[in-house]
Design a protein around this ligand. Structure first.
Ligand SMILES: [Mg+2]
Length: 172
C-alpha cells in the first residue's frame, strides 16, 4: 500500500484570493515547492483535494478548473515537481465536498493508499475530513482555527516550512 500527501489547493498550493480560476492569478504559497519535492523524493503520492463551488455558483466553469490545473501541472513540471492527481468537487450537495471524505476515498481506492500512514494539509477546519486515518496539518492564517485549537483535531502550523519539518519527523 502507498502513502499519500493530500493537499488542499487554495491556501496551500496557491494563495487563497477567493475563487481563483485563472493561472495569471496563481501566486504560489511559500514552501509549497519544497513540500512537494520532499514527497516526490520519499515515495509519497501527492494528491490535491479541492472544493470548487465557484462552478456551482456560476463564477467559472468546470473546464476552467481543468485548464487551470493543467497549467499548474505544467508549471510544476518545469521545476521537476510532480502532483500525482487532482480531485475537485464543484457541487455543494455532494459526498465529495470536504469535509465529507468522498474525494479522499476515491483516491484511496484508485491508488491503494494506506490512509493511516498519510497526511492531509489544509488551511480550514473543513480540511479535517470525516474519515479515520490521515494526520491533518493545518496552516494558520486564512481562516479561524479556534475550534480546532480547542478540540485538538489537527496540528496547526504557521508556515509550510513548519509543516514539512513535522512531516519529516514521520520519516526518521
Ligand atoms: Mg483552502
Amino acid at each position: 500500500m502507498k502513502r499519500a500527501l493530500f493537499l488542499d489547493r487554495d491556501g496551500i498550493l496557491n494563495i487563497d484570493k477567493a475563487y481563483v480560476c485563472r493561472f495569471e492569478d496563481i501566486e504560489w504559497v511559500p514552501g509549497i515547492f519544497d513540500l512537494i519535492q520532499f514527497a516526490n523524493a520519499n515515495h509519497l503520492l501527492v494528491i490535491v483535494l479541492t472544493n470548487q463551488s465557484g462552478v456551482a455558483q456560476g463564477m467559472y466553469t468546470e473546464a476552467d478548473v481543468i485548464k487551470l490545473h493543467d497549467e499548474m501541472k505544467s508549471f510544476l513540471k518545469l521545476k521537476n515537481l510532480h502532483v500525482d492527481d487532482w480531485f475537485y468537487c464543484t457541487e455543494y450537495d455532494s459526498e465529495r465536498r470536504k469535509p465529507r471524505p468522498g474525494m479522499m476515498i476515491e483516491a484511496q481506492q484508485k491508488y491503494n493508499i494506506d490512509l493511516s500512514k498519510s497526511f492531509m494539509v489544509g488551511d480550514k477546519a473543513t480540511d479535517i475530513l470525516n474519515i479515520k486515518g490521515p494526520q491533518t496539518f493545518l496552516l494558520k492564517g486564512n481562516y479561524s482555527l479556534d475550534v480546532v485549537e480547542q478540540n485538538k483535531s489537527a496540528e496547526i502550523f504557521n508556515s509550510l516550512e513548519d509543516v514539512l519539518s513535522r512531516i519529516k519527523k514521520e520519516f526518521n
